[in-house]
Design a protein around this ligand. Sequence first.
Ligand code: NAP
Ligand code: FE
Length: 373
Amino acid sequence: MNFYLPEHVKYGRDSVLKNALLLKELGRRCLIVTGRSSAKRSGAFDDAVSALNSCGIDFFVFDEIGENPLVDTCFNAGAAARNFGADFIFGIGGGSVLDAAKAAAIFTSSSISEPMKIYERKATSPLPLALCGTTAGTGSEVTGVSVLTDGKTGRKKSISGEDCRASLVFADAKYTFSLPFDITVSTALDALAHALEGRLSPKCTETEIFLARECVPVLINLLRQAQKNGTLPNESQRDEIYLASLHAGLIINTCSTLFPHPLGYVLTENYGVPHGKACAAFMPELLRRAQQVLPEVFSELSTLLGDAESAMQAVSELAGCSSLNIGRAQSEAFALRWEKDPPKNFALSPGGMTAKEAAEILDSQTDTATRSG
Ligand code: NAP
Ligand code: FE
């Protein structure tokens, strides 16, 4: 076992309102970090404001975080927190906002003078951070990772470490009720990718095996229902999915992700595919490799998925990337980055992975429609 969770997680209905006093422990002045509209649409923003007001905490709102958050915007959020004299940051939103709030907390209290220098930092002591999720997918609430995008190159690149962790997490699935079908599906695919990739990582221990048994059936059932009927989950399913996304987040917190994540980044950066769908496009190939290299783990996963083959058909269809037609030459061009700087996820993947193999997968998995027909 190798389990570490410094975040204080308050899961359950109305957890923000019921635990307002915990915010008081973080300070008297707060910078709220959100995206453009969903914090308000989900109801989370109003609950956060009520909780802060009830404790006499002054706040200022920075609502400029976009999807795949830019390092520069996080730097600006850090400057806003400093100007306001914030004692802590409260990130409210999907994974993009939670990750941006982590980076803003680092920028606020460190002497990092330029946005991109965050990648060269030594251990920092960020401002205390509270997070409240409004999507059920990334698990960023419980990971020590923040995925940022360099605005100049358009590339996604993570920072990680103890300074990327929240002190306090509010997890209430009622804020996910407003998610439309497409974002519900993409975020659930991300959570499933985390569970499967983490379970197949050599870092997986008994704790993550247990967590995967909990969350994989919940996630695949929801996804099969979405694919078959096109229906949104009901409220009690939303509760189950959010909990499953946190369980999957705990899995990658220990095990990290495998090759589908760096390959997925290419689809997001160059073709605008949302993160969850982008990673899910490579899940069938991950399971094919697992079947060859780790047959026992594959067999357990197949049981949890209620038959791996049909589960992967549903996943592929929902990911919707099979006719992007990237082509071999373009895939090899994208893969040059992995030759120069191989992602750690490659070495952890079943059977390992070279940049050349990754390019082959990128090409073949985004052209399955033509190949099979
Ligand atoms: P997201 O990028 O945070 O949000 C996607 C869209 O959903 C946005 O337009 C957002 O609107 C909207 N939205 C959020 N909550 C909503 C709600 N309750 N109702 C209606 N709309 C809502 O999506 P995400 O999948 O949660 O996060 C993806 C990011 O997380 C990627 O950058 C990915 O790389 C990263 N990630 C991080 C980790 C980690 O461990 N740190 C793990 C996996 C993925 P607004 O813009 O108005 O907010
Ligand atoms: Fe992910």
